[in-house]
Design a protein. Structure first.
Length: 501
């Protein structure tokens, strides 16, 4: 149950690290010590094998290596062996855990960008014809995502200008901020200041110019914003559970992103979700009973949406991203950042504690959950033309990926769009007023039932009417699309009798 086709999502990273380890070893030569007790981070043999999460980088406390500092007694970067480590050049920087004691700023940065670029290329996240929308919250993770996507675009632009035939277009980039001030009000002074800061950040990126969208959550309702505001406020008022409110906010955020992407011709949504956030999500989903759908949320690609969502920072830790912002003086916007609450808040502080005790905990949690088999929509959908197919096949060969074999889920939760375990038997074509409450109950996952839906069945129908229509039609659309896909795949599968003959 925990093994299977997911291996391909795991292996490229292992391969990547093995490559780094090998090249590092070549450079380090005899300096690499093979002692089993060495905690120097010198890339001895212990790091090249793994699967088992026992043999991981040294245990560290307070961001300082516990290895006694024997790894860089000269204070030089273990990679380039020339520059001083970040700890030496930026003594005030407390972020970054062990990395600050191992790498110089340049090597740290190129490592981080390397992780991003590898995730993008090995999962075909961005192609030259794409128009990508970066979801920007103002926080460090999405700030780095925006920066890296921008740098990638600039590089593509340079290549385009240098090429004679100019055949490959440069992908476009836009930025969207989802304004949730109707749900969690901020003072108009803070609000204006923060929006201005974001505009400046986007405008400061070199050309090609990037469109910046401020999208109020209520825009998912209709064009009439006052009506939308009222309904949104009423909807949140109807959710009594504090965790439920926060989860619903996350689902509406995704709907808003999908809406702005769709309306403005974007083909991918880039999220800044990093290892640390995914680690929290894994534990949260475990507590909330979302085991069946968990694998869907933690992959590099989530194409269950009309506009596929990609997570190029999936392998980066939040402390690394924080440090990158400090080292590169990337401005972040704090006004809208609020502490998480309920179950999510408890788990965030729990994971933070675990990470302080051992800096590989977050990666371990994500790697462990990564053993779950992803869904068929956890890859960029193959386009119909031959070029696309060829490219996909080449990539599958290069990274040893297996083509998707699993069938799409039959139904999705009405609220969170997570795959539902059992077909719930509701007639999928009739999401209209007057829907029986039992039907609504049957079209939602157990987590949404418990955390979000009103406990009183007589309130259910009114609650359903408060949901944005895009939510209810989305559930229907994805069911229809996937039913079509299921039928197509089913036709191609060997039946038992074919196989046995
Ligand atoms: Zn270096
Ligand atoms: Zn749900």
């Amino acid at each position: 149950m925990f093994a299977g086709p997911l291996e391909y999502f795991h292996n490229p990273i292992e391969v990547y690290f093995c490559m780094i380890v090998k090249s590092e070893k070549k450079k380090i030569g005899k300096m690499a010590c093979n002692s089993a007790t060495c905690q120097s981070g010198c890339y001895g043999d212990e790091h090249s094998v793994d699967e088992d999460d026992q043999k991981r980088p040294p245990v560290q406390e307070d961001g300082v290596s516990a290895g006694g500092g024997n790894f860089n007694c000269d204070g030089l970067c273990i990679k380039c062996k020339v520059n001083e480590t970040i700890a030496a050049t930026h003594p005030a920087v407390s972020e970054g855990g062990g990395d600050r004691g191992r790498f110089c700023a340049d090597c740290f940065r190129s490592n981080l960008f390397g992780k991003f670029r590898f995730a993008v290329t090995s999962n075909a996240m961005i192609s030259s014809s794409d128009n990508v929308l970066v979801a920007f919250s103002g926080g460090p993770s999405s700030r780095v995502a925006l920066q890296f996507v921008h740098e990638m675009q600039q590089k593509a632009q340079k290549n385009f200008e240098a090429s004679r035939d100019r055949l490959l277009p440069v992908f476009g980039v836009g930025v969207a901020y989802i304004d949730e001030s109707t749900i969690y009000p901020v003072s108009s002074h803070d609000y204006d200041g923060a929006i201005n800061q974001m505009k400046l950040i986007v405008a400061s990126l070199a050309p090609p110019a990037k469109q910046f969208f401020v999208v109020p959550t209520q825009s998912i309702y209709s064009h009439d914003s006052t009506d939308g505001k009222d309904r949104l406020t009423e909807l949140f008022g109807a959710v009594s559970d504090i965790t439920g409110k926060e989860d619903l906010q996350v689902h509406l955020r995704m709907l808003s992103l999908q809406k702005v992407a769709l309306e403005n011709g974007y083909t991918k949504v880039v999220m800044g979700t990093c290892t640390s956030q995914i680690a929290c999500h894994v534990l949260e989903a475990t507590v909330k009973g979302q085991g069946f759908s968990l694998a869907a949320d933690i992959q590099y690609v989530d194409a269950r949406w009309k506009i596929p969502v990609v997570l190029p920072l999936r392998d980066c830790l939040s402390e690394e991203l924080n440090m990158c912002c400090i080292l590169d003086s990337l401005k972040t916007v704090e006004a809208f950042q609020r502490p998480r609450s309920g179950i999510n808040g408890l788990i965030s502080s729990f994971v933070k504690l675990l990470q302080e005790e051992n800096p590989s905990r977050e990666s371990t949690i994500v790697r462990t959950a990564g053993k779950l088999t992803p869904f068929c929509f956890n890859r960029i959908p193959e386009v119909g033309d031959n070029n696309g197919c060829l490219a996909t096949k080449r990539r599958q060969k290069k990274y040893n990926l297996k083509p998707s074999e699993s069938l799409p889920p039959e139904s999705y939760c009405l609220i969170c769009n997570n795959p539902l375990k059992k077909p719930n038997g509701t007639s999928s074509n009739h999401f209209h007023d007057g829907r029986a409450s039992s039907e609504i109950y049957a079209s939602t996952c157990s987590s949404c039932q418990y955390q979000i839906l009103p406990k009183d069945p007589t309130l259910l129908e009114n609650f359903f009417l408060l949901l944005p229509q895009s939510m209810t039609t989305l559930a229907k659309d994805s069911r229809d699309n996937h039913k079509l896909l299921r039928d197509q795949i089913q036709d191609c599968l060997l039946s038992d009798s074919d196989d046995g003959a």
